[in-house]
Design a protein. Structure first.
Length: 184
């Protein structure tokens, strides 16, 4: 953009929000969001003063001096911590649960990769060779691995290659077919 164009653009912008075009137009008095809010000169000075210098919690200077041993939280673990023994209300628990669902879960990637169903499934799949036929009916070729105990163990004995049909109604039949190894 040339200087000339810039100047023109600038001219065009000027006055764009003047008068009626201004989003604040007409919002004087009662319509103004600040209506009725009067701060005395003294109050304003006080606020201004309180924000000056290192007292301000947002300055890095202030935070730097409170690291480690100097932190008010230093060493305050267990009973000394203000969160110790804090009981969460049902509402709070629900909120946390909601927040931790799916991708919001801090363990999301971990679960997905290592200990979740998919992880175990993959683990078994790479170690337990697919059988020619379904291990239950021995008629139809299997289509997927099925878990026997329902506990998704990282144990090859806990998995079977089943056909779709056997997999569908495997719940009851599997438990009859294989002696339950896990006591409930
Ligand atoms: Zn089958």
């Amino acid at each position: 953009m040339s200087e000339e164009q810039k100047r023109k653009q600038s001219e065009k912008m000027k006055g764009r929000y003047r008068g009626e075009k201004n989003p604040m137009y007409g919002t004087i008095g009662k319509l103004s969001p600040n209506f009725g809010r009067k701060l005395s000169r003294e109050t304003k000075m006080k606020i201004s003063e309180s924000h000056k210098g290192s007292k301000c919690p947002w300055t890095s200077e202030f935070n730097r001096t409170r690291k480690g041993e100097k932190s008010p939280m230093y060493g305050k673990k267990g009973p000394l911590n203000h969160n110790f023994g804090r009981k969460l209300s049902e509402e709070e628990i629900l909120r946390i649960k909601e927040r931790n669902k799916g991708e919001g879960n801090p363990m999301y990637n971990h679960l997905k990769e290592d200990v979740g169903y998919t992880g175990i499934h993959r683990w078994v799949k790479t170690r337990l060779p697919k059988t020619e036929l379904c291990q239950l009916c021995n008629i139809i070729p299997p289509y997927d691995l099925a878990n026997v105990s329902g506990n998704y163990l990282r144990d090859l004995d806990d998995w079977l290659w089943l056909c779709r049909r056997c997999h569908m109604d495997s719940d009851g039949r599997l438990m009859n077919f294989i002696k339950p190894r896990i006591k409930h």
